[in-house]
Design a protein. Structure first.
Length: 71
């Protein structure tokens, strides 16, 4: 996985911190994988997604809804 992130075949200047490189419309396949691919994915992937959803809900419950004036 790490070899894909530092491969100069896919990225210009791969050792430079440049998060914009992943904003391409069609990035090369399998060049960025935060949880891995195929049958050997990260074991905590589903837990990470669940924690993200729970955190978002708890965050939203602690704030009142703001009224939007339609006029």
């Amino acid at each position: 996985m790490l070899a894909c992130h530092y491969n100069d075949k896919f990225y210009k200047d791969p050792y430079k911190f440049d998060p914009v490189r992943w904003q391409e419309l069609e990035p090369p396949p399998f060049t960025f994988g935060s949880f891995g691919f195929g049958p050997h994915t990260c074991m905590g992937k589903s837990l990470a997604y669940l924690i993200t959803k729970i955190t978002t809900v708890v965050f939203m419950l602690h704030y009142d809804r703001m009224a939007i004036d339609p006029s």
